[in-house]
Design a protein around this ligand. Structure first.
Ligand code: 5CA
Ligand code: ZN
Length: 422
């Protein structure tokens, strides 16, 4: 049995889904390339799915795409492009990055703009249930009608107000009855897309998209819902409130949130611009190395990205490759993953197993292929993970994030590239 920390219950608890596990992870807002924070979130749910499949479950993990919201409309305006063209381009880049990192494909990857009819009917139902009101062309959720508001985040009102202000909640909007009320449907600015509706022309608020898509794709109660920890409030709190207002049943059985990846002492974020892009790292490093560098951190910790992580991960991969094919360490890795997805512990367990046997099966459970790199084939060894053209330059090229160039490949005999792509 696997045990996982549940944000709402504030404890590590058994996660005991049925044969089919329904999961919803909040996906990207596609206005810039995928960075390491995104990769850390989706790798966490990837490893969780791999362990659940290993236990015999079928997993259905939906990952949405927020292709209409304030951020993407602003960026499209700045670039002078149509917001859906921007989204299409960035989604293609994101999908290629995630494929290169070896992520299991999403069960569905629905876009917010695919769900306007679903969103409109959900907003109508929230309104009809008495949990929302219309004001100044918008529809707002009435937080005072929801005594359980706070069930996910457990924040007090002052903390909620602070975070709502930081995270696009517009607490100062004069059309609201309460600053914590949140928008379900809003009028569009003149240059923004607008859809006709019984509430007037407009576009969805952010939170409603994930409720509508989750229910549409997976049903009224999800086994597990997650994303980065920055989404606990307001996003997930609001999703739970509006969904349960309509369905009357729990929206989510288990909430799982991933810590923040930082750079330069701050959360890595598109708005700050302190980003390390997955695509840049992939030019110089094998996907397995990037995967191991991320999995070296426990998913619930906040951590700071350092290029040296890649060097250590490359050494580790070389040692595992030297150990070869086999099932050593498999039960130890399973035990570590079942203990709140302890990936750092799983890596250490494999390090311990490698000197006495092949670790390919246990590494596979972490999504790490340790098939050795044929010394004469370089980057083509992994077939479909390597799409199109990559930078085939020397090992000292590429991003400045790659650390020193003398990292370990001593176990690789004549292959001097070790875990780095040539
Ligand atoms: N589209 C919404 C979710 S519905 C959104 O938050 N998009 S995002 O592009 O801003 O973030 C995508 C995912 O990456 C979210 O789960 C978010 O919590 C997570 N994320 C963003 N930055 C970081 C970071 N620095 N560290 C860890 N996770 C992050
Ligand atoms: Zn979401």
């Amino acid at each position: 049995m696997i045990r996982l920390y549940d944000t709402a219950r504030r404890a590590v608890v058994p996660f005991t889904p049925g044969p089919v596990v329904t999961m919803y992870t909040c996906g990207i807002t596609p206005y810039d390339a995928a960075h390491l924070g995104h990769a850390a979130v989706y790798l966490t749910f990837d490893v969780l799915q791999r362990r659940l499949r290993d236990m015999g479950h079928e997993t259905r993990c939906v990952r949405n795409i927020t292709d209409v919201d304030d951020d993407i409309l602003r960026k499209a305006r700045e670039l002078g492009v149509h917001y859906l063209d921007l989204a299409a381009e960035e989604v293609a880049r994101f999908d290629a990055d995630m494929k290169a990192l070896g992520l299991l494909p999403a069960y569905a990857e629905p876009r917010a703009t695919s769900a306007i009819p679903d969103i409109l009917s959900l907003v109508g139902e929230v309104l009809d249930s008495g949990h929302a009101y219309q004001s100044d062309g918008a529809v707002y959720f009435d937080v005072s009608s929801c005594p359980s508001f706070g069930q996910v985040s457990h924040l007090d009102r002052a903390e909620m107000l602070l975070l709502a202000a930081e995270r696009g909640g517009n607490p100062d909007d004069p059309a609201k009855r309460d600053p914590l009320d949140f928008v379900l449907w809003q009028p569009s600015l003149p240059d923004e897309p607008a859809w006709e509706s019984r509430f007037g022309p407009g576009r969805p608020g952010w939170h409603i998209e994930c409720s509508a898509l989750a229910v549409r794709e997976l049903g009224t109660t999800l086994d597990l819902h997650g994303g980065g920890r920055d989404l606990v409030f307001p996003h997930h709190e609001c999703e739970a409130a509006q969904s349960q207002a309509v369905t009357g049943v729990p929206f989510v059985r288990h909430w799982m949130h991933v810590g923040m990846v930082g750079l330069g002492g701050q959360k890595m974020s598109k708005s700050i611009g302190n980003l390390v892009f997955v695509s840049d790292l992939l030019r110089s490093w094998e996907p397995e190395v990037i995967r191991l560098a991320i999995l070296e951190h426990h998913y619930r910790d906040d951590w700071e990205w350092t290029p040296g992580d890649l060097v250590e991960a490359a050494d580790r991969l070389a040692r595992w490759r030297a150990a070869g094919i086999g099932g050593a360490g498999l039960d130890a890795v399973r035990a570590r993953l079942d203990d709140d997805l302890d990936t750092p512990g799983a890596l250490r367990a494999l390090d311990e197993a490698a000197p006495s046997g092949g670790v390919s099966e246990a590494a596979g459970l972490l999504g790490v292929s340790i098939a050795p790199v044929p010394s004469d084939q370089g980057s083509s060894y992994q077939g479909s993970s390597y799409q199109g053209s990559r930078d085939q330059g020397s090992r000292d090229q590429g991003s400045s994030d790659q650390g020193s160039s003398d990292q370990g490949s001593s176990d690789q005999g004549s292959s001097d590239d070790g875990a780095r792509i040539r």
